[in-house]
Write a protein that binds this ligand. Structure first.
Ligand code: ZN
Length: 229
């Protein structure tokens, strides 16, 4: 059987879990191998000030691995960037390109690079903006033999699923799996001092992007058109 792979890319531990854990677990059930790439350590997303940087990094990594295990992710690839300082540069693009060439995903999930409205201080966070553009450009670089040549050769990704988007064109009904999504999010203990409060807020506001379904994960799906003359 042909190996089918999905790679989901976030800037921080918990980005992918807000965006698309139910959709990813549906794909996992359909036989896809799921990989995560997490760009920063997430060490600056804390309210408690008493922990050292290393302690905060360790906590967030541990939480990310617990959440990934619940979705059945094969591997989490931590890039180790400092939280809040993610630049889009050629080193980041190269790291992503080489991982795409190595893992050979059919679909890549990440933030939507079209969301540059600067209308939401959390969604339009610097790290989210920069990872979204770097992923988009790495999808191009992965199908080119010359930009980052290596022995793995080029790889063509077929589809991009952008979460946290303002222009969704595809919705996945998660109404029956809302409790699963909340359970995955509850892995991030450090982020939710009172998880019940968060769960209520999520049910009231965050999970309700869709007019069609009570709860949904919504995406802007882009087909990566392969042009041949
Ligand atoms: Zn984030």
């Amino acid at each position: 059987m042909k190996r089918k792979v999905i790679v989901a890319v976030g800037a921080h531990p918990d980005d992918i879990e807000f965006g698309c854990p139910v959709t990813l677990s549906n794909y996992k059930e359909d036989g896809y191998e799921i990989h995560y790439i997490v760009a920063t350590n997430g060490e600056n997303g804390f309210k408690v000030k008493s922990l050292s940087s290393k302690e905060r990094i360790d906590i967030r990594k541990k939480e990310q691995l617990i959440a990934a295990r619940k979705v059945g992710v094969k591997e989490v690839h931590f890039l180790g960037y400092k939280d809040g300082f993610l630049d889009y540069d050629d080193i980041l693009r190269e790291k992503l390109t080489l991982l795409f060439k190595e893992l050979k995903p059919e679909i890549v999930f990440s933030f939507d690079p079209a969301n540059m409205g600067f209308d939401n201080i959390n969604l339009n966070h610097r790290d989210h903006r920069n990872i979204s553009v770097a992923v988009f450009d790495a999808v191009f670089a992965a199908k080119n033999d010359f930009i980052y040549p290596d022995k793995k050769g080029l790889h063509r990704i077929e589809k991009l699923f952008f979460f946290g988007t303002h222009k969704p064109n595809y919705e996945v009904d998660i109404t029956d799996k809302l409790e699963f999504k909340l359970d995955v999010l509850s892995s991030f203990n450090s982020q939710f001092p009172n998880f019940d409060n968060f769960a209520n807020f999520f049910k009231e506001h965050i999970g309700r992007d869709s007019e069609k379904y009570k709860y949904a994960e919504v995406f802007r799906v882009v087909d990566v058109v392969q042009i041949s003359y």
